[in-house]
Design a protein around this ligand. Structure first.
Ligand code: AHR
Length: 509
């Protein structure tokens, strides 16, 4: 029995910001060193950057890149990472030495090569409000003061123009270096925001928040005047200590109410009459948390085999299957639907660890999630339009906590373009062993318009890509011209973009 989906392109919900397809890169494991920055590599350019990785990032049009952390930043002092006499430092968050050869100026160069906005997260752990504002001086002042002059001396005449800044990272967490109480946090963000805006009034400031009333009320009461965003983070399959990953079915359970945190924060911003001024930056998200045992714990690992070597497990490409792809698509569809309040999101991370890209000394692997970004960025519209169906079948799945829940087996999002003809729907079939048939109805049927389907599914739910192995790639189906009641087949465990009347060259081809 086909599931009928109604679409009304005249009912517009909003325009999604391209920044929701943003990414994050941290000084952790092989993301920076032996990752994107590898001067010794034959695949690197004159500045030490892997050109194959940069090309892959450009193909998914990375719009913004958050750096340098994550937990790493809460004991990172930016001044030690610029200029000639750089000093290696012991990174107390991840308990490794950082050579400081990749700093602010290298990050800005990387963003220029990718063609994306830089998004700098500041040290609100061991750092001060002054150190944060000095960083803004270094990046954004033309020549005034010692830091802008230092930038010029380091070979960068023009300001780096860093528009997006986050004050701190997860400073509410016991695992974070220099964690703060809600009261301390409100005051620090206020003073930091004041000093950073005094340096660059056009800087857009976010601050570490979470779906927690007490923390957010303190933050917004004390610093609401100075910030433009609140940062929230979420990983659903939490495996920092034991790398026992959720199954396909359990991952489907995680897609239920995937935007709960957005709703909670939206409610509070509305209640405090700040929802027109402050937006949500979901600046760290992924299905799977990173695996790094014996560091976010009170008791620290003694031997490297206890806390360093296990991090290599993140690199096992067989872990990144259609479960990750379908969860990632479900999240991106939810952020599109919340485009009124979510203006920025960063997949964590972009490279290696749980990233959508994997690299080794020979080349790269495009993991299942990479193709989801390719589909959403290059095949989907930017304007959210109305779509609904009363017939979406549900499915029973067991959550990782053992509870059986019921979820909708189809996720539906309809879009069009501001400046191009056509409609594009993102439809996700979460059933692991069954295809689904849909029909599309419109008040003004696009009769005769061409219909194309672009999608990924893999042969099986646990299909994955690896070195010399490409089980998940984007396939295309030409479905002919639209006619009322035409039936469209969706493969099992698949992410699909259905374009109607979008006869414009696809950015990705
Ligand atoms: O596991 C990675 C860490 O997760 C990031 O550094 C931090 O921001 C989050 O807790």
């Amino acid at each position: 029995m086909a599931v009928n989906i109604e679409v009304n392109e005249n009912r517009r919900y909003g325009i999604r910001s391209p920044l929701i397809y943003g990414h994050f890169i941290e000084h952790f494991h092989r993301q920076i060193y032996d990752g994107i920055y590898d001067p010794e590599s034959p695949l690197a350019d004159e500045d030490g950057f892997r050109t194959d990785i940069i090309e892959a990032m450009k193909k998914i049009k990375v719009p913004i890149l958050r750096w340098p952390g994550g937990c790493f930043v809460s004991s990172y002092h930016w001044k030690e990472g610029v200029g000639d006499n750089r000093k290696p430092f012991f990174d107390k968050a991840w308990r490794v030495e950082d050579p400081n050869t990749f700093g602010t100026d290298e990050f800005i160069k990387l963003c220029q090569k990718i063609g994306c906005e830089p998004y700098i997260c500041t040290n609100a752990g061991t750092g001060t409000a002054e150190e944060m504002s000095d960083w803004v001086e270094y990046c954004n002042l033309d020549h005034e003061g010692q830091y802008a002059k230092w930038r010029i001396q380091n070979g960068f005449r023009d300001p780096h123009n860093v528009k997006y800044w986050s004050i701190g990272n997860e400073n509410y967490g016991s695992w974070e270096i220099g964690a703060k109480s809600a009261e301390e946090w409100g005051r620090l963000v206020r003073e930091a925001g004041k000093m950073m805006k005094h340096v660059d009034p056009q800087a857009e400031l976010s601050a570490a928040a979470l779906p927690n009333i007490e923390w957010n009320i303190n933050l917004l009461k004390n610093a609401g005047e100075f910030i433009d965003w609140v940062s929230i983070h979420e990983y659903w399959d939490m495996v920092p200590e034991k790398n026992d990953l959720a199954t396909y079915e359990q991952c489907m359970a995680f897609t239920k109410h995937i935007d709960h945190a957005v709703e909670e924060v939206r409610g509070l911003l509305k209640a405090m009459k700040l929802d027109k001024k402050i937006k949500i930056a979901f600046d760290e998200w992924n299905l799977r948390s990173w695996h790094h045992p014996n560091v976010h714990t009170i008791k620290q690992g003694i031997h490297k085999k206890d806390y360093i070597d296990p991090r290599d497990k993140n690199d096992d490409n067989s872990q990144y299957t259609m479960a990750d792809a379908i969860f990632t698509a479900s999240f991106l569809s939810a952020m599109n639907r919340n485009c009124d309040i979510v203006g920025l999101a960063n997949f964590a991370p972009i490279l290696n660890t749980r990233g959508c890209l994997y690299s080794n000394s020979e080349g790269i692997v495009l993991r299942s999630t990479y193709h989801v970004f390719d589909l959403y960025v290059n095949y989907l519209g930017d304007t959210i339009i109305d779509s609904w169906s009363e017939e979406v079948p549900t499915m029973k799945v067991n959550h990782k906590n053992g509870v059986e829940i019921e979820i909708e087996s189809l996720d539906i999002l309809a879009t069009k373009w501001i400046d191009k003809p056509g409609i594009a729907l993102a439809i996700i079939n979460k059933l692991s062993d069954e295809g689904q048939t849909i029909t599309l109805s419109f008040p003004f049927p696009p009769t005769g318009k061409s219909v194309s389907l672009y999608g990924i599914s893999g042969e099986a739910p646990d299909s994955y890509n690896d070195v010399g192995k490409n089980e998940i790639t984007i396939f295309k189906e030409d479905l002919g011209d639209y006619s009322k009641n035409m039936e469209i087949q969706l493969k099992s465990h698949s992410v699909n973009i259905i374009q109607i009347g979008a006869r414009h060259p696809l950015n990705s081809e």
